[in-house]
Design a protein around this ligand. Structure first.
Ligand code: NAD
Length: 246
């Protein structure tokens, strides 16, 4: 019960890392508000002890504000929502660039602006943002817009920490390597430039330890960051990547 008496908001909790984290938080005694744009999928979590499900599109400020009026202050905000665009800078157009920035980083700016003031008034709060090894940590093939947006998440994280750590706010980000989630499987299946077997080999080759990570492994790190056990960890990137960036 490492998260007892903590109210935690998770974005993109319908599948993958967000879902595994919502379940892990609830198992540790947290009151979890699990949100996602895909409410049909998210509903699979309803009925789980400790979890309330709410539809939320993280790009819509009106929906974020409505949710905040409904649920009030949260102890932990876990910004998970993200979208992977494939391609180099020459494959990227303005639409892909803007969408990457909107879902992967502007969404965090919006949720943080909404939930941070009540954390400051309370004198304590914890924000965890989902970055990636594909960010300022490591140049990654064919991830131009994604990588740029995930590097911006690092900047946002450090900025929040610098401005508000003295007010009791912690802000850190997580940088996973390749994690076996539904969207990874979709990307492998739908890559028109590579056959699925070749694509799978490319992803596996990233990891010197020879396997993908599991969403549950990232969830364990999220539990640690959400708990008071990590109280001295501020403004940093927590890498979980099977030695990809080592
Ligand atoms: P996923 O891609 O399998 O699922 C993404 C979820 O985000 C879906 O449930 C989707 O409905 C939701 N979503 C999409 N747009 C949304 C919006 N506008 N508002 C709210 N929800 C929205 O999840 P994943 O692979 O576990 O990735 C989760 C996060 O971790 C992402 O930010 C991703 O970039 C990051 N990440 C993933 C990996 C990986 O290998 N899977 C590696 C590094 C970082």
């Amino acid at each position: 019960m490492r998260l007892q008496n903590k109210k935690i908001l998770v974005t993109a909790a319908a599948q993958g890392i967000g879902r595994a984290s919502a379940l892990a938080f609830a198992e540790e005694g947290a009151e979890v508000i699990a949100t996602d744009i895909n409410f049909d999928k998210l509903k699979e979590l309803s009925g789980t002890k400790g979890i309330t499900v709410k539809k939320l599109d993280v790009t819509k400020v009106s929906e974020i504000e409505e949710l905040s009026r409904e649920i009030g202050r949260v102890d932990v905000l876990f910004n998970v929502a993200g979208w992977v665009a494939h391609g180099s800078v020459l494959d990227c157009n303005e639409e892909i660039w803007d969408r990457s920035m909107e879902i992967n980083v502007k969404s965090m700016f919006l949720t943080i602006r909404c939930f941070l003031p009540s954390m400051i008034s309370h004198g304590k709060g914890n924000i965890i943002n989902m970055s990636s090894v594909a960010s300022s940590r490591k140049g990654t093939l064919l991830r131009c817009a994604y990588q740029t947006s995930k590097a911006a998440v690092v900047g946002l994280t450090k900025s929040i920490s610098a401005d508000f750590c003295s007010k009791g706010i912690r802000c850190n980000c997580i940088q996973p390597g390749t994690i076996d989630t539904p969207s990874l499987r979709d990307r492998i299946a739908s890559n028109s430039e590579m056959d699925p077997e070749e694509s799978m080999k490319m992803f596996q080759a990233r990891s010197p330890i020879g396997r993908f990570g599991k969403a549950e492994e990232v969830a364990k790190l999220a539990v640690f960051l959400a708990s008071d056990e990590s109280d001295f960890i501020h403004g940093t990137e927590m890498v979980i990547d099977g030695a990809w960036s080592a």
